[in-house]
Ligand binder design. Structure first.
Ligand code: NAD
Length: 396
């Protein structure tokens, strides 16, 4: 272990229990019993219901005589009102345990309802870091995308419709009692959702890895996640029924979630958020667009770690200078994006260049994410990075 690691104290956050395995979602009812749950609120979105993903969970709860109320009103990039409405149903129905099934949107709504169950007011009252006074309701989270890692993170993300901003509640009380990762639930993901959510996981791993708050734990988790995603994301996109590809993407997304919930995020997320709120693009796609541009800007701040990323993604860095080898990490990401048909150019999404000031303003509202970023950036740098995304040139 290097002396850099030994010079500081390391903290890791994780749920009480993580269960991973093919078919492991069949254990939901047993875990509810173990947690002494007597009435479940099952939180999900209509797409998950249509994909038939909650049927076996509902049936297993029925077999165990555990009453269950379905709340399937989750919307993508969920507005805060979806959480508050769910919290009202949790209370009026007399539920005492939440099972969230779905992508990051459903899992974050489940987390918000849990927090509201133990705390007064509305969920927007708790925006920020460690602002939640009480632990909420018990909670089991079951992801159906291999991306956000929400099942193991201490954060929930929601949209404030009035302000048109994305906001986070950062609290260990949003960690579930049990996370159940069943790769079979991801077989039905369409290729485009596989690509976007897989890139989201890669952004989590890379941002945590180069973060100024990286820890010995987040580094280990992030390295493995980066390696797995480089190998398995193209397979999962090319052949959705490939269980091996899906398995490793699920593992990678969970590891990346563990990595960033301890190591933090950075400027990719700050610059991606305005694309989501202004043009209603998915979180994963907006992250994928900004990733190579922010990486290129960041290289001088952490050449060793970017070189390691290049190696983990299969690049040969022998004989190159530190910056040349670090740049190969950008190239590896561009290669990966090309292989899964994800463009990082704004022009491919009809985003008008005249909106540049709007984007810069939006990113500056997320300036808290610049603190752990490996290179300092100001408003002008943000503008330059967006300009690069409008008209990319590689390397700069
Ligand atoms: P999502 O939950 O919005 O789901 C996207 C779409 O995919 C939905 O229509 C859903 O029905 C469908 N879907 C999901 N799983 C499916 C499956 N197996 N088969 C078929 N269709 C399926 O997408 P997401 O990218 O997982 O989550 C995005 C949200 O998560 C954003 O709000 C983002 O800000 C948030 N997020 C949270 C964290 C966290 O740690 N809490 C981290 C990153 C992102």
């Amino acid at each position: 272990m290097s002396e850099d690691y030994q010079a500081k104290t390391h903290i890791a956050f994780s749920p009480n229990k993580v269960i991973m395995g093919l078919g492991s979602s069949a254990t939901v009812a047993a875990e509810v019993r173990y947690l002494r749950g007597s009435k479940v609120l099952l939180v999900t979105d209509p797409g998950i219901v249509d994909a038939g993903l909650i049927k076996s969970i509902e049936e297993s709860l029925q077999d165990e005589n555990i009453p269950c109320v379905l709340y399937d009103k989750v919307e993508p990039e969920p507005p805060s009102r979806i959480i508050d409405n769910g919290a009202a149903i949790f209370k009026s129905e007399g539920c005492d345990l939440i099972v969230g099934v779905g992508g990051g949107s459903s899992l974050d709504v489940a987390k918000g309802i849990s927090i509201r169950a133990g705390n007064e007011g509305c969920i927007l009252d708790y925006i920020g870091v460690d602002t939640v006074p009480n632990k909420g309701a018990r909670m089991i989270l079951v992801p159906t995308t291999a991306g956000t890692g929400s099942e193991v993170t201490r954060v929930l993300v929601m949209t404030d419709e009035e302000q048109n901003t994305k906001n986070v509640v950062f609290t260990p009380f949003s960690l579930p009692d049990v996370a159940i990762v069943d790769p079979l639930l991801t077989l039905s993901l369409p290729p485009i959702v596989t690509a976007d959510t897989g890139m989201d996981a890669l952004v989590h791993a890379i941002e945590a890895y180069v973060s100024m708050n990286a820890t010995v734990f987040s580094d280990i988790w992030a390295e493995e996640a980066i390696r797995l995603i480089g190998t398995h994301l193209p397979v999962a996109c090319a052949k959705g029924s490939n269980v091996n590809g899906r398995y490793h993407m699920c593992l990678a997304a969970t590891l990346a979630g563990l990595a960033f919930t301890s190591g933090g995020l950075g400027a990719v997320h700050a610059l991606a958020y305005p694309l989501g709120t202004e043009y209603h693009m998915t979180h994963g796609r907006t992250n994928a667009i900004m990733l190579p541009h922010v990486m290129q800007f960041n290289l001088p701040g952490s050449p060793d770690k970017y070189t390691r990323i290049a190696k983990l993604m299969g690049k040969d860095v022998d004989g190159l200078s530190p910056l040349e080898s670090a740049y190969l990490a950008v190239e590896a990401v561009l290669d990966l994006e090309e292989s899964i048909n994800v463009s990082c150019q704004m022009k491919d999404y009809d985003i008008p260049e005249k909106d540049l000031p709007l984007l810069v303003d939006g990113a500056m509202k997320q300036a808290r994410l610049f603190v752990p970023n490996p290179r300092d950036l100001n408003e002008n740098d943000v503008r330059l990075i967006y300009q690069q995304a409008f008209e990319p040139s590689w390397p700069l």
